[in-house]
Design a protein around this ligand. Structure first.
Ligand code: AMP
Length: 540
C-alpha cells in the first residue's frame, strides 16, 4: 500500500522561489571581480535568475544542455546556479585553476554549449576556445561598460546585455526530480578528471542535511560566507542551503586572503563560514598578527583535507570560533561526516575533546559508512582497525558521467580513503590509499604525523610522504614550512614528534621548504613531493 501524500518533485528552482516569498528582503552581498561590493536581495536574485533562464533559452539552452561556468563566488554565478538547473539544463562548474588543456578536455567531455565566465578568466577562455568548437557562446559575466573593446573570442556576449533583453516573467518548469542538475569534475591527480553528475533530488536532500544543527546549523538569523569555491562541489551546497533557510549570503569574489576575509566577516556580520584548512591558516595568521578576533563569526565548517588539531584549538581558544571538521568528496556531494561532539564528550578532559574534534566525525543522516579489509570484509568498529572507507546514500555517486564505472562493492562506493570507525560511529581518516606509508610491511599514517608536526609552534604547514628506503621499502619524510620569522631545525622537530608518535613512525628526514605545492582545491600535491624527493633516503 502506498502512502497518500503528494508526490511533488524536489527541484532546485523551488529554493529560489521559496526565498523570494519568505525572505524577499534578506541580502546577498557579493565582491565584484573588479573590486567593489555589490548587494541585493533574494527578491532580485529570483527575478534575475528568471531573466537569465529566458536569455539562455534564447541562446538555445534546452533540457539537458550543459552550461559551464568559470567564475568566482559572486552573485552572477549564483544566478547561474538557479537559472541553469532550474530550467532543466545542467550547470557545469569548472575549476579555473586547471591546466588549459585539462579545462578544454572537461568542456569537451561535458559537451558544454554555453560558457559563462568572469573577466579574470577571459585570457584562459581565449586560450581554450580553439580547442572547444562545440561552445556556441562565451558570456562574460559583466556589464556593457566593462566589456573588452576586442577579444579573440568571436562569439563573446555580455551577461548584463543578455539580461537587459528579457523580462522576469517566467514559470520554472516541472520535471522528474532525478533529472541532472549540475556536473563537477574530480580534481584527478592522475589521468583525466572524471565527472560527477548530481540530480535535483540528491542536491535537495543534501541541502537538508547541510542545514542540520550538527553540520552547518543554518537559520534565518545566520549570515553565511562560503569561502569554498562555487566550482568545488557546488561550494559544498551552501548556495542551495542558504535560500532554503533564509540566510544572508556573503560571496567573497576573488579576494580570499586573511585580511580581506576578516574585513568582510566584520563588515557584514558573518556568523558562519566554510572552507579548506589552508584558508583558515591564512585567516589565523592574519588575526594573530593583528591581534584581532571576529565579532560575530562563531562557527566554521572545515574539510577537503585534514584540519590540524592545533588549528582547531587556536580557533576555539584564541578567536572564539568553533571549527566543525567535516569529510566529503566530489563523489559524495560532498557532505559525508561531521565532527560535532556528543553530549557525553563534554565531561572529557579538554585535550581529549580536541583530539575527538580533529577526527572526521559521525556520518550525517542519509550517509552510511563502513571500513573493509583488502578482501572487502567488514572491519570492526573499534576505532583501531583501519581499512578502506566505503559509503552509500542518496547523495553518493553511483557512476561517473558518461558511464565510467567506479568499482562499486556490493552497492557501496570505495572512497580511496583509509579510515577507522569507533563504537560511537566516529570516523577518522588516516590516509589516502595512495598516500599511506608502508614501512617494513606496517602502515604509518601520514595524516597523524602531519597533525602531530603541525602542533609545533614554529611550523605553519607539514606534509609527510612515503619515500623509497633500501631496507624498509618506504619510510616517512616530513616536508615542513616554518612560520614567518621562526627558527627550528630537524633535531628539534624530531624531538617534538618523539613525544607524540611511536618511535618507528619518526620521519627519517625533515626537509624545510618555502612552500608546499598546492592543488586547485587546497590539497597538498603529494605526488609532486614524492617525485621531487624520491631518492633522498636511498643512500641511508
Ligand atoms: P575532492 O573530491 O577533491 O573534494 O577530494 C576528496 C578527498 O579529500 C577525500 O577522499 C579525502 O581524501 C580528502 N578529504 C576531504 N575532507 C577531508 C578531511 N576532513 N580530512 C582528511 N581528508 C579529507
Amino acid at each position: 500500500m502506498f502512502g497518500l501524500m503528494m508526490d511533488r518533485p524536489l527541484l532546485l528552482s523551488s529554493l529560489v522561489e521559496h526565498a523570494e516569498q519568505q525572505f524577499p528582503d534578506v541580502e546577498i552581498v557579493s565582491r565584484e571581480t573588479h573590486g567593489p561590493l555589490f548587494r541585493y536581495t533574494y527578491r532580485e536574485l529570483a527575478a534575475r535568475s528568471r531573466r537569465l533562464a529566458k536569455a539562455l533559452a534564447a541562446l538555445g539552452v534546452a533540457r539537458g544542455t550543459r552550461v559551464a561556468t568559470v567564475a568566482w563566488n559572486n552573485h552572477r554565478h549564483l544566478e547561474a546556479y538557479f537559472a541553469v538547473s532550474g530550467s532543466g539544463a545542467v550547470l557545469h562548474t569548472c575549476n579555473p585553476r586547471l591546466h588549459p588543456e585539462q579545462l578544454a578536455y572537461i568542456l569537451n567531455h561535458a559537451e558544454d554549449q554555453v560558457v559563462l565566465l568572469d573577466s579574470t578568466f577571459l585570457p584562459l577562455a581565449e586560450a581554450v576556445a580553439p580547442l572547444c568548437p562545440g561552445v556556441t557562446a562565451w558570456v562574460l559575466m559583466t556589464d556593457a561598460g566593462q566589456m573588452p573593446l576586442q577579444s579573440k573570442l568571436a562569439n563573446l556576449l555580455c551577461y548584463e546585455t543578455l539580461l537587459d533583453g528579457q523580462d522576469d516573467v517566467f514559470a520554472w518548469p516541472e520535471f522528474d526530480e532525478r533529472t541532472a542538475s549540475s556536473l563537477c569534475f574530480t580534481s584527478g591527480t592522475t589521468g583525466n578528471p572524471k565527472g560527477v553528475l548530481y540530480s535535483h533530488r540528491s542536491t535537495m536532500l543534501h541541502s537538508f542535511a547541510l542545514s542540520l544543527p550538527d553540520t552547518l546549523s543554518l537559520s534565518a538569523r545566520d549570515c553565511v560566507l562560503p569561502v569554498v569555491p562555487m566550482f568545488h562541489v557546488n561550494a559544498w551546497g551552501i548556495p542551495y542551503a542558504a535560500p532554503m533557510n533564509g540566510c544572508k549570503l556573503v560571496l567573497p569574489g576573488p579576494k580570499l586572503d586573511g585580511a580581506s576575509l576578516f574585513e568582510l566577516m566584520e563588515s557584514e556580520g558573518v556568523t558562519c563560514s566554510a572552507g579548506v584548512p589552508t584558508i583558515w591558516l591564512g585567516l589565523a595568521q592574519y588575526m594573530e598578527a593583528e591581534g584581532v578576533k571576529p565579532a560575530t563569526m562563531h562557527r566554521s565548517v572545515v574539510g577537503g583535507s585534514a584540519m590540524p588539531q592545533s588549528l582547531i584549538r587556536d580557533f576555539d581558544q584564541k578567536f572564539g570560533v568553533e571549527v566543525r571538521h567535516c569529510w566529503g568528496m566530489t563523489e559524495t556531494s560532498p557532505l559525508g561526516t561531521q565532527g560535532a561532539p556528543l553530549g557525553k564528550h563534554a565531561a572529557l578532559p579538554v585535550d581529549q575533546q580536541y583530539a575527538l574534534r580533529s577526527k572526521q566525525g559521525r556520518a550525517v543522516f542519509g550517509v552510511q559508512l563502513k571500513v573493509v579489509d583488502a578482501n572487502g570484509q567488514d572491519l570492526p568498529r573499534d576505532g583501531q582497525s583501519a581499512g578502506e572507507l566505503l559509503v552509500r546514500g542518496p547523495w553518493i555517486m553511483s557512476e561517473y558521467f558518461k558511464g565510467e564505472k567506479p568499482a562499486l562493492q556490493g552497492g557501496w562506493f570505495p572512497t580511496g580513503d583509509i579510515a577507522t570507525i569507533d563504537t560511537d560511529g566516529i570516523m577518522q581518516i588516516t590516509d589516502r590509499v595512495k598516500d599511506v606509508i608502508k614501512s617494513g610491511g606496517e602502515w604509518i599514517s601520514s595524516i597523524d604525523l602531519e597533525n602531530a608536526a603541525m602542533g609545533h609552534p614554529a611550523l605553519a604547514m607539514a606534509a609527510v610522504i612515503g619515500v623509497k628506503h633500501p631496507k624498509w621499502d618506504e619510510r616517512p619524510v616530513l616536508c615542513a614550512v616554518k612560520k614567518p620569522g621562526q627558527e627550528v631545525d630537524k633535531a628539534a622537530v624530531l624531538d617534538f614528534l618523539g613525544n607524540k608518535v611511536a618511535r618507528w613512525w619518526l620521519p627519517d628526514e625533515v626537509i624545510f621548504v618555502d612552500s608546499l605545492p598546492m592543488g586547485a582545491t587546497g590539497k597538498v600535491q603529494k605526488m609532486d613531493l614524492r617525485r621531487k624527493y624520491a631518492d633522498v633516503l636511498m643512500s641511508k
